[in-house]
Design a protein around this ligand. Sequence first.
Ligand SMILES: [Zn+2]
Ligand SMILES: [Zn+2]
Length: 137
Amino acid sequence: MREWKFPIEGQCRCGQVRMQITAPPFLTMACHCRGCQRMTASAYSLSVAVPTGGFAVTEGTPVIGGLHGPLQHYFCGYCMSWMFSRPPGMDWFVNVRASLLEGADRLAPYHRDLHQRKTLVGRNRRSAQPQRFPVAC
Ligand SMILES: [Zn+2]
Ligand SMILES: [Zn+2]
């Protein structure tokens, strides 16, 4: 996305939980870790790391899902969409599921993260230098 226009609105599948981004994200990324593969039932997940002060849930009350551990994954309690995560010890940002945002088709991942060597998409040679990123997903 060349130019950010705020606010950026987002919602879960059913629309009962809505969120808003009002500050430029630090990073957009595609994560291919096993956790994201399992949480999304897909080859990877797309996320946007947003400064905590630039993120708000504007409607509904998300519930904790996923691992129920220190890394908190927030879901819509009705449709069970995975909406965002708050990584422990990194309270300065919220990792928002990019696919839930309006205009998500313009959010190209800047960083592709391959935590595991044998991921479904890990054989993609475009990512010649798999790198580790602090787990936030
Ligand atoms: Zn929902
Ligand atoms: Zn991941």
